[in-house]
Design a protein around this ligand. Structure first.
Ligand SMILES: *Cc1c(COP(=O)(O)O)cnc(C)c1O
Length: 216
């Protein structure tokens, strides 16, 4: 199936109101253009410089989502254009995003990445770090926390996955209701249906649209 067809097939399975972020990391610009011409505007990348190169080359109405681990020394390459930074997992990232957003005379929207998986290797904040980030946001003028992001354990046991996503939704409701949060970013190709059942607002889907990635 073509990318346009796969995109339509995925879209047909989304709950109403759920935003699809097409994860185009490692994929060529021609693949992104094909999805763009089929109507897709939100794309996700996990390397800042790769995203910046693609931003330069592609239509300017594309909304670029940084979904990967953020290295603070690279934030300057995306600060002028990034639409939403999903993987903010350290206070240092929050501070540097604020600084670079200020230089660009804008406000950068972000979600805090929370550690919900059992694996040690997945990035994300614990509860203490979440509270610190919420307190720090009050002092920063050029970043705005709009919600939470998380990645579930990589397992075929969907009960485990569901429990982890439910946990994230509870945190989202607990802290987001009074703050007007709008983004609960959870769900990838293998688990987005479970994520939507658990209340996801933004799903990040790569391989189901663009096909499998070559391992670098
Ligand atoms: C690669 C990636 C995705 C998309 O993964 P697929 O399994 O290809 O859908 C989603 N979220 C993050 C954070 C990723 O790094």
């Amino acid at each position: 199936m073509s990318i346009a067809h796969q995109l339509q097939a995925v879209k047909a399975t989304l709950n109403e109101g759920v935003t699809l972020i097409a994860v185009s990391k490692t994929k060529p610009e021609s693949d992104i253009l094909e999805a763009y011409e089929a109507g897709q505007l939100d794309f996700g990348e996990n390397k800042i410089q790769e995203m910046a190169r693609k931003y330069e080359a592609l239509p300017k109405d594309i909304r670029w989502h940084m979904i990967g681990h953020v290295q603070t020394n690279k934030i300057k390459y995306m600060a002028s254009f990034v639409h939403l930074v999903h993987g903010v997992d350290r206070l240092k990232v929050l501070i540097e995003l604020d600084k670079q957003a200020k230089k660009n005379d804008r406000v950068i929207d972000l979600t805090l990445q929370i550690h919900i998986a059992q694996e040690e290797t997945k990035f994300g904040m614990d509860m203490d770090e979440l509270m610190e980030a919420l307190a720090l946001e009050e002092e920063l003028e050029n970043v705005r926390i709009v919600g939470l992001m998380g990645m579930a354990t990589n397992t075929s046991d969907m009960l485990v996955v569901r429990r982890e996503f439910d946990h994230l939704r509870h945190l989202f409701e607990e802290h987001g209701a009074i703050r007007g949060w709008t983004v609960l970013s959870m769900g990838m190709s293998g688990d987005y249906k479970v994520a939507m059942e658990a209340g996801s607002t933004h799903v990040r889907i790569g391989s189901a649209i663009f096909g499998a990635r070559n391992l670098a």
